[in-house]
Design a protein around this ligand. Structure first.
Ligand SMILES: [Zn+2]
Ligand SMILES: [Zn+2]
Length: 336
């Protein structure tokens, strides 16, 4: 069997013709397998959805209980027979419930990794390298300039600033699914026990994390208090709310922004963040390379991001490699 008999890129997304399923489809399909809950991968309107329990819960929280026709839970590590092909979900270390999906038929294994990271994250299961013949990777940060520092060191900068300027609120722009909850967990690990305040747009998903056993300490909503009392507090909001009217209710806010893009000085300046924090939920350049090598793959397919750079590097390693030019992923990239 050739790899293209098992998985092929189509305008709707990666398609497995034997099982007639799509992975993270961009448009409504009859049967979808979903790697994780970010909106560029998990869309509403599919007939049947197979995903981890957490990803199904995230989709229901974002789109409503009727986000698809029927749903099926994928237990990590347990192969599911799709008729001539098995699919096995393995942790991807990206956000709560995120998974890579291994497709296997007649001795050929292709792993679709979705978005992933290798850095430690207390809010989700760690990435597990899976041996395969073909590895399908993202390439969001596939350039040598992208080396993410330790996230706890970045959060320590935030905590030092909050201690130094007790008369100011510290407002942190963070993507509401994954980044926000990871930051709260890191803030706790950094020894900050005071309440952390959230913009209302983060409430549902943060409560969902807590309901799934992720301890975040005393988390409260800005709307439940007088914003003027938040001097010295840490407040999280979606990146888009950093500069809007809502933020001006806070006392002299220090604007921080947590994203892998903060590694680029020009991007940090553009964002207007006084305190850029390089915290990413995607693999950096060394981790992308390490991961490809750890899978032992002979062939690399690249879905989105800096595709050419990763393909070029892989060819230099003696792998067959090609970009898939899938359109539609990376929409949450501003918050990556
Ligand atoms: Zn993602
Ligand atoms: Zn993505």
């Amino acid at each position: 069997m050739r790899p293209s008999d098992l998985l092929v890129p189509t305008p709707a997304g990666l398609h497995c013709p034997i099982a007639d399923v799509h992975v993270d489809p961009m448009r409504p399909v009859a049967r979808a397998l979903i790697t994780h809950g970010h909106s560029d991968h998990a869309r509403a309107g599919h007939g049947a959805v197979l995903a981890t329990r957490e990803t199904l819960a995230i989709m229901a929280a974002r789109y409503g209980e009727d986000f698809c026709g029927t749903r099926q839970v994928a237990e990590p590590g347990r192969p599911i027979d799709l008729g001539g092909v098995t699919a096995t979900f393995h942790p991807a270390g990206h956000v709560l419930g995120s998974a890579q999906i291994a497709f296997e038929a007649r001795g050929l294994r292709i792993v679709v990794s979705g978005d992933y990271k290798r850095a430690a994250d207390p809010t989700c299961a760690p990435f597990e390298p899976v041996r395969c013949e073909v590895f399908i990777s993202e390439a969001t940060f596939a350039l040598p300039v992208f080396r993410h520092p330790d996230a706890d060191g970045e959060v320590a900068k935030l905590l030092r600033s909050a201690a130094m300027f007790p008369e100011r609120a510290h407002l942190v722009g963070a993507y509401p699914l994954g980044k926000a909850q990871r930051l709260v967990a890191l803030i706790r690990a950094g020894g900050h026990q005071a309440p952390v305040y959230l913009h209302g747009a983060m409430e549902k998903l943060t409560r969902l994390y807590e309901a799934n056993g992720v301890a975040l300490g005393d988390v409260r909503l800005v709307r439940d208090v007088d914003p003027k009392t938040l001097a010295g507090s840490i407040v999280l909001c979606p990146p888009g709310a950093l500069g809007d009217l809502w933020s001006r209710k806070l006392p002299d806010p220090v604007a921080a922004y947590a994203s892998g893009w903060m590694r680029i000085r020009a991007r940090a300046r553009q964002s207007g963040a006084e305190l850029p924090l390089v915290v990413s939920d995607h693999a950096d350049w060394p981790d992308l390379q390490r991961t490809v090598l750890e899978t032992g793959c002979a062939e690399l397919w690249v879905t989105h991001g800096q595709e050419e750079a990763l393909v070029h590097w892989a060819k230099g390693q003696g792998l067959a490699a090609r970009p898939l030019h899938l359109v539609g992923y990376g929409e949450e990239e501003e918050a990556a």
